[in-house]
Design a binder for this molecule. Structure first.
Ligand SMILES: [Fe+2]
Length: 436
């Protein structure tokens, strides 16, 4: 059965948005439509997922009953048909996630991605690029903690981020608060929360798509401080994979759990899974990443001197009440990590999210044998940390923000880090050179 775009949208409205939302929430969704630039509010959400120089993946969330075709065009010439690699149906919500893969692309030029059906022809058009990974410099953005309940910020913060024009984006956890507004804490509620988050964030409606790489943290799991014993972990994993993509390429591949590794712009990015292997709180000698994932990291990272970002949802350093860190919760694992990092040829820097403030912390040479930093980018739109966020930090910012990193590896490893507020104001900016 062929369903027209108009019918499909109605179904999307009824099933994905309205059916499981209370009337007041439905009214809020309708009201938000006015915040979007003309005609973009009813776009189906699309993520440009794992991408390299010549290929890209796209995750389209659409009504399950919809029939549509995706086409990628450059200079008037259509690329080979995108291949459907993965699909997850969420029957109770009437929506499906389609992971599509496009090959035969090239960096440094715009491509057009269109969605069309037989009834109305082309009904959506986006622009994207692949990643020019061989360049020795680039700009990436890092964000964490996105609760779409902050309805206006869920639009304006992403518009601000888009204006910074990063080459790619890294999301360090809490990409969905699957436990908020999910009173039964069940899998139906988790699926609903993932769908609503995808509907609420403007990032997925932008005309220009940007390659996005994500790793999770506890709220993506659907349980505050969730660990490897969390009952809904396997289901959360299915959701996370379907919503962010799993298809490896020449530059990006999955590690353990939802962890992954990206190489490009003269650097390596290790996104560590800080939940799938975490021992329950209070476990004597408990691990956070687990021995096997730690071995995977060092099999990878030990092979050459290319600068390495160690990235995870949770913070590494800091012994402070009311928030988590590896130093506080798994001190033996942090000691193991530092000792092994101190012995490899590559300089390393730390990146984290989670704590609902952004900061730069100087990590003294006693830790790795050379000075480095922990950068934390947190709460693009979630609850604001009321605590003493600047204590022990070079700089810190608690207001809703994300961070950008202008990196240049031509003369050592130069990092220009900025925290950006709604509208583009710079909360803080620092240059750092990291060398061992
Ligand atoms: Fe969070």
């Amino acid at each position: 059965m062929s369903v027209s775009r108009r019918d499909a949208l109605k179904l999307a409205g009824a099933a994905a948005v309205g059916g499981l939302l209370a009337t007041d929430a439905r009214a809020a969704v309708d009201r938000d439509a006015a915040l979007y630039p003309g005609g973009t509010a009813d776009r189906w959400p699309i993520v440009q997922g794992p991408t390299d120089r010549t290929s890209a993946t796209f995750i389209v969330m659409a009504p399950t009953v919809a029939t549509f075709a995706m086409e990628v065009v450059a200079g008037g010439i259509a690329r080979p048909d995108p291949r459907l690699l993965n699909r997850l149906d969420l029957p109770a919500l009437g929506v499906s996630l389609f992971e599509l893969h496009v090959t035969g692309l090239a960096p440094g030029r715009d491509f057009e991605l269109t969605l069309r059906d037989d009834d109305v022809g082309t009904f959506d058009r986006r622009l994207f690029r692949t990643l020019d990974l061989d360049r020795p410099s680039g700009r990436f953005a890092v964000a964490s903690c996105m609760d779409e309940g902050y309805r206006r910020k869920a639009i304006t913060m992403w518009e601000t981020l888009a204006r910074e024009a990063p080459d790619f984006l890294i999301l360090l956890g809490d990409t969905c608060y699957a436990d908020r507004r999910n009173p039964r804490r069940d899998e139906a509620g988790m699926a609903r929360r993932y769908v609503h988050t995808r509907l609420g964030l403007a990032w997925f409606r932008m005309e220009r798509l940007v390659p996005t790489f994500a790793v999770w943290d506890d709220h993506d799991l659907g349980g505050d401080n969730g660990d490897r014993t969390f009952v809904h972990l396997p289901f959360a994993r299915r959701l996370f994979d379907a919503f962010w993509g799993t298809t490896g390429n020449s530059a990006w591949r999955r590690g353990l759990g939802v962890g992954s590794r990206l190489e490009g712009f003269g650097q390596r990015f290790y996104l560590m899974d800080d939940r799938s292997f975490r021992d329950p709180r209070g476990t004597q000698g408990g691990r956070q990443w687990g021995a096997e994932q730690m071995d995977w990291l060092f099999e990878e990272i030990g092979t050459d001197p290319t600068p390495a970002w160690i990235m995870s949802g949770g913070q590494y350093f800091g012994l402070q009440a009311l928030r988590e860190s590896m130093e506080d919760d798994q001190p033996a694992e942090l000691a193991d990590l530092l000792q092994r990092l101190s012995r490899i040829a590559a300089p390393a820097a730390f990146m984290s999210g989670d704590v609902h403030f952004s900061a730069i912390a100087a990590i003294g040479p006693e830790r790795l044998g050379y000075p480095t930093y922990e950068f934390t980018s947190s709460s693009i739109h979630s609850t604001v940390n009321p605590g003493p966020v600047g204590r022990g930090k070079v700089v810190a910012e608690r207001r809703h923000n994300f961070m950008t990193f202008d990196v240049d590896t031509r003369r050592g490893w130069q990092v220009g880090a900025r925290s950006i507020l709604e509208g583009g104001a710079v909360a803080f900016a620092r240059m750092a050179a990291i060398a061992r």
